[in-house]
Design a protein around this ligand. Structure first.
Ligand code: FES
Length: 132
């Protein structure tokens, strides 16, 4: 039987920051080719910091726990700090994931990084909202 750490179970049962940000500054969507699950992150950036973050995950319990953890780790961080969050560090924060569920953690940091890239490219094209 697969056993999950308490932290994984806790985040799965009470995921933080679920939802969508309508006027998000950056959106990142990734799909897992192995299982077809999808994860989308929305970020709101102010003064180079992730002021708000939300996610929608259509996936397994591990993927939901991973999204929840990524959102907690990224909230309040600067863009540079948030880019340093890796799939590995997320799995570690969760107290590890069963080996056959490690692929699920691959979505988390990737989706976050994509949302940040989306924000940065909007900003460099001058389409993003003005930074205060
Ligand atoms: Fe699809 Fe976990 S089984 S992300």
């Amino acid at each position: 039987m697969v056993t999950y750490s308490q932290k994984v179970m806790e985040h799965f049962m009470n995921p933080r920051n679920v939802g969508e940000i309508e006027d998000a500054d950056g959106i990142g969507e990734v799909g897992n080719p192995i299982c077809g699950d999808m994860m989308t992150f929305y970020i709101k950036v102010e003064d180079n910091k992730i002021k708000d973050i939300k996610f929608k995950t259509f996936g397994c319990g591990a993927a939901i726990a991973v999204s929840s953890m990524v959102s907690e780790m990224a909230k309040g961080k600067t863009i540079e700090e948030a880019l340093k969050i890796t799939n590995k560090s997320v799995a570690e924060e969760l107290g590890g994931l069963p080996k056959n569920k490690l692929h699920c953690s691959n979505l988390g940091a990737d989706a976050l990084h994509k949302a940040i890239e989306n924000y940065l490219s909007k900003k460099s094209r001058g389409e993003g909202r003005k930074e205060s």
